[in-house]
Design a protein around this ligand. Structure first.
Ligand SMILES: [Fe+2]
Length: 230
């Protein structure tokens, strides 16, 4: 196994522990995970596209965990390809890995529901960014930009989206990068209620989202990166 795969598996192992502990009602410290994400960020800076070839999850990992890993790895690659420094790349990665952690507080009946959600269920699902921010705020060693990204990853570039309270925040790079990585990973993976888009369809959807849902300059970065890496 090469060094990059080993670093990635190590980070994903640490993330698995964080997810398990949070599922058990604990609030773990972020430092063991952040240390590994920093090592991965430094490797990503040398060759961002190589991260897209990694497949560090297991078949028995649930969708939210697999999606979190997908978004974290893509956020690392994207931030590195956009030329950010090691610490900023690591913050983007950590934000990606933890962005949906608030779903651990949403009832599984809602989370795994195959059909359309009711109005109340949608409202409960839309609380996951606030639940997540509350969780990561309590984790020692999580940078403020990561808390902000967890809270605001569903606030769109045009300042609609949710939660409403986060729309007026001045949002930083990790939030914008995670929003793009989240959009791409969610459209290209199989979910209970949606078939995955083909790459061409996903690219088209990304293009349409530029300047409204997502920051156009970061979308351009992702299109260049995935052209080179996939
Ligand atoms: Fe989310």
């Amino acid at each position: 196994m090469d060094r990059l795969s080993a670093l990635c598996l190590d980070a994903v192992g640490a993330l698995r522990v964080v997810f398990r502990e949070i599922g058990d009602g604990m609030i773990p410290a972020a430092e063991p995970l952040m240390e590994r994400v920093r090592a991965l960020a430094h490797a990503a800076l040398k060759d961002p596209a190589s991260l897209l070839l990694l497949a560090p999850t297991r078949e028995d990992d649930d969708y939210t965990f697999q999606h979190s890993v997908g978004v974290g790895v893509l956020a690392l690659a994207l931030a590195a390809s956009l030329g950010h420094d090691g610490e900023q790349v690591a913050e983007c990665g950590l934000a990606g890995f933890l962005h949906d952690i608030g779903k651990s507080r949403v009832d599984l009946c809602i989370l795994d529901k195959p059909g359309k959600l009711s109005g109340d269920e949608v409202l409960e699902m839309q609380k996951h960014p606030e639940y997540g921010a509350e969780i990561v705020r309590g984790m020692a060693g999580v940078p403020a930009s990561v808390v902000e990204a967890v809270l605001a990853h569903h606030v769109r570039f045009d300042r609609t989206g949710y939660p409403e309270s986060a729309r007026t925040l001045c949002l930083g790079v990790p939030c914008a990068v995670v929003a793009v990585a989240d959009f791409y990973d969610a459209t290209t993976t199989l979910r209970t209620y949606q078939r995955p888009m083909l790459r061409d369809e996903a690219v088209e959807a990304l293009r349409r989202a530029r300047g409204t849902v997502l920051d156009g300059s970061i979308v351009e970065g992702l299109l260049e990166l995935t052209d080179a890496g996939v």
